[in-house]
Design a binder for this molecule. Structure first.
Ligand code: PEP
Length: 256
């Protein structure tokens, strides 16, 4: 399938950055810069910024996402936020299974699956992160590992619900390190993930799903990465905190 028929998505993952005034200022700067975007533009912001950013993006093409949600609807889960709480606010996207959640907060493929099904049930769109550690790549198991992460995360998800899932291939060794996967490496693994989707669902589902690359994507390297046939945009950490840099990446995806 022609990649031009798939929706490219450029999503910023602000991580634990920006106070509310800083968040409002960043969105104000970004809005005119991405107004002509030919791809979906998403800002995934800290929970405390959601209300501010939802207000700030009004009248623009920027969509708003959170960076995690819990799998239960409510209850004794101190410090957690449910998918329903996000949906009720008007949040559209949620990032799940980010490697920082897996590394520092005990997230597993099973809990990612539970969060993902809860998010979809609440009507959210999910950006599901998968990716290998450097040791996995050196051991030659990148494909198997990413396939396993994808299969477990999508357990119980129907083909219809898959339309609300984006997959972000994020090699852990490339996140926040300045080390980017080469365009060929990024494309190779995105293609493997697409093959996994075909094996679980069918070719139509595989052809239609948006698969992003993430890992030190920036204004300089974005064009080559997003031009790859199986790379449908990016999940952007550090560079999403600078409006101009982020807008250059959006432009690259618009053209790529
Ligand atoms: C991320 O946080 O998902 C990410 C890709 O970060 P960075 O762009 O900073 O590597």
């Amino acid at each position: 399938m022609n990649k031009a028929l798939r929706k490219a998505v450029i999503a910023g993952n602000w991580k634990m950055n920006k106070t509310r005034p800083e968040a409002a200022a960043l969105i104000a700067e970004l809005k005119p810069l991405v107004a002509d975007a030919g791809c979906e533009v998403v800002a995934c912001v800290p929970f405390t910024n959601l209300e501010t950013v939802l207000e700030a993006v009004k009248g623009s093409n920027i969509k708003v996402g959170a960076q995690n949600c819990h799998f239960e609807k409510s209850g004794a889960f101190t410090g957690e936020i449910s998918a329903d709480m996000l949906a009720e606010m008007g949040v559209e996207y949620v990032v799940l299974g980010h490697s920082e959640r897996r590394q520092y907060f005990g997230e597993t493929d099973e809990t990612v699956n539970k969060r993902l099904t809860a998010a979809l049930a609440a009507g959210l769109k999910v950006i599901l992160c998968v990716g290998e550690m450097l040791a996995d790549r050196e051991n030659g198991i990148t494909g198997e590992l990413v396939a396993l992460q994808t299969k477990i995360a999508l357990k119980g998800v129907s083909k219809e619900d898959l339309k609300n899932v984006i997959i972000a291939y994020e090699p852990v060794w490339a996140i926040g390190t300045g080390k980017t996967a080469t365009a060929e490496q990024a494309n190779e693994v995105c293609a493997i993930i697409r093959g996994v989707i075909a094996s679980i669902y069918d070719q139509e589902a595989a052809d239609g799903i948006t698969i992003q690359y993430g890992g030190s994507m920036n204004a300089k390297n974005a064009a080559e990465l997003v031009a790859q046939p199986d790379v449908d945009g990016g999940l952007i950490g550090g560079a999403s905190l600078k409006a101009v840099d982020f807008s250059v990446i959006v432009k690259a995806a618009t053209e790529g």
